[in-house]
Design a protein around this ligand. Structure first.
Ligand SMILES: NC(=O)c1ccc[n+]([C@@H]2O[C@H](COP(=O)([O-])OP(=O)(O)OC[C@H]3O[C@@H](n4cnc5c(N)ncnc54)[C@H](OP(=O)(O)O)[C@@H]3O)[C@@H](O)[C@H]2O)c1
Length: 263
C-alpha cells in the first residue's frame, strides 16, 4: 500500500496500549515519524516495536494529567513541525462518585480534559502559524450519555466531543482540521484500569481497537469532523441524541453498576 505521509511528523499520546497503540501503528504504516507518550515505562518497549517499520519513533514517559507533563512533551518536540497531533491518552474510573477517591477522580479530569486541551493549545498555535495541521481527539460515544457509575469519565468525554467540534469550527478557514474519534466500548485495558471488570459493560463483547483506530486515522487524514466506528455505535449515538437524559442515565446504571456483570 502507498505510504501517504512519508517523512511527516506526528505525536500520539496514550500510545502504549489499546486504541493509542493502534493509532500509532496506523501512523507508522503511513510513513509518519513519531513522538509517542504515556505515563509508564512500557512506552519505550512500544517505541522499539514501532521502529521495526523503519520510521523514527521517540518515546516519552510523562504524566499528561499535569501541566509540567504536557510541557515536557512539547519540549521533546524541539521545534519540529508537528503535522498531526493525535491526543488520545485518557482513562475512566468506575464506581459511585461519592465512594471515589477525589484525587483519582481529578486525575481523570486532568488527563482527559485539562492535559488534552492544554496540549492542543500549545501544538495548535504552532499549526495556526504555519496554516496547516491535523488534530485528532479521542472522544467517545460515552459523551452522549450521563455515565452513572463512571460519571466523571462520561462528563470528560462530553467535554471533548463538544470541544472538538467547536475548535474545528473556529479553525474552519485555516489549513487545520480537527477530528473527533468517538469509539464505543472497545477491547482494551480501559475497563480493567477503571476497575469496571465486574460490570455488564466490562464483560460485554467489544470492538477491536485496530478497527476503531483505523476509522479515526482515516477520518483525521480526510479532515472529517468525527469518526464513529461501526454501525451499532452510529445507531447508539443517534438514538442517544433524542433520548431523555434521565432514561440514558438509568440505562447506564444497568451497564456500569459494580457487580452488574452477575445480575
Ligand atoms: N476502550 C473503550 O471502550 C473506549 C471507548 C471510547 C473512548 N475511549 C478512549 O480511548 C482512549 C484510549 O483508551 P484505551 O481504551 O485505549 O485504554 P488503555 O488501553 O487503558 O490505554 C490508555 C492509554 O492512555 C495512557 N494514559 C492514561 N492516562 C495517562 C496520563 N495521565 N498520562 C499519560 N498517559 C496516560 C496510558 O498510558 P499508561 O499506561 O502509561 O498510563 C495508555 O497508553 C482514551 O481517551 C479513552 O477514554 C476508550
Amino acid at each position: 500500500m502507498e505510504r501517504r505521509n512519508v517523512g511527516r511528523f506526528a505525536i500520539v499520546t496514550g500510545a502504549s496500549a489499546g486504541i493509542g497503540f493502534e493509532l500509532a501503528k496506523c501512523c507508522v504504516e503511513d510513513g509518519f515519524n513519531l513522538l509517542i507518550a504515556a505515563d509508564q515505562p512500557k512506552i519505550h518497549e512500544v517505541a522499539e516495536e514501532l521502529r521495526q517499520s523503519g520510521v523514527d519513533v521517540e518515546a516519552l514517559e510523562t504524566d499528561l494529567a499535569t501541566i509540567e507533563g504536557v510541557d515536557a512533551l512539547c519540549d521533546a518536540v524541539g521545534g519540529r513541525q508537528v503535522d498531526a497531533l493525535l491526543a488520545n491518552a485518557g482513562h475512566g474510573l468506575g464506581g459511585a462518585f461519592l465512594d471515589q477517591d477525589f484525587d483519582e477522580a481529578r486525575h481523570v479530569l486532568d488527563t482527559n480534559v485539562t492535559g488534552t486541551i492544554y496540549l492542543a493549545h500549545r501544538i495548535g498555535r504552532d499549526m495556526r502559524e504555519r496554516g496547516e495541521g491535523r488534530i485528532l481527539f479521542t472522544g467517545s460515544i460515552a459523551g452522549f450519555t450521563p455515565g452513572t457509575f463512571n460519571a466523571v469519565y462520561n462528563g470528560t468525554k462530553a467535554f471533548i466531543d463538544s470541544f472538538s467540534f467547536a475548535l474545528r469550527n473556529e479553525l474552519k478557514d485555516t489549513g487545520i482540521t480537527v477530528t473527533c474519534l468517538m469509539p464505543g466500548a472497545t477491547e482494551t485495558e480501559f475497563f480493567e484500569r477503571a476497575n469496571m471488570e465486574d460490570t455488564k459493560i466490562g464483560q460485554s463483547k467489544k470492538d477491536d481497537p485496530a478497527d476503531v483506530a483505523k476509522v479515526g486515522f482515516e477520518a483525521m487524514l480526510e479532515g472529517e469532523g468525527d469518526g464513529v466506528s461501526g454501525w451499532k455505535n452510529k445507531i447508539m449515538s443517534t438514538v442517544a441524541n433524542v433520548t431523555p437524559a434521565e432514561v440514558l442515565a438509568e440505562r447506564h446504571r444497568k451497564e456500569a453498576e459494580p457487580g452488574s456483570a452477575n445480575k
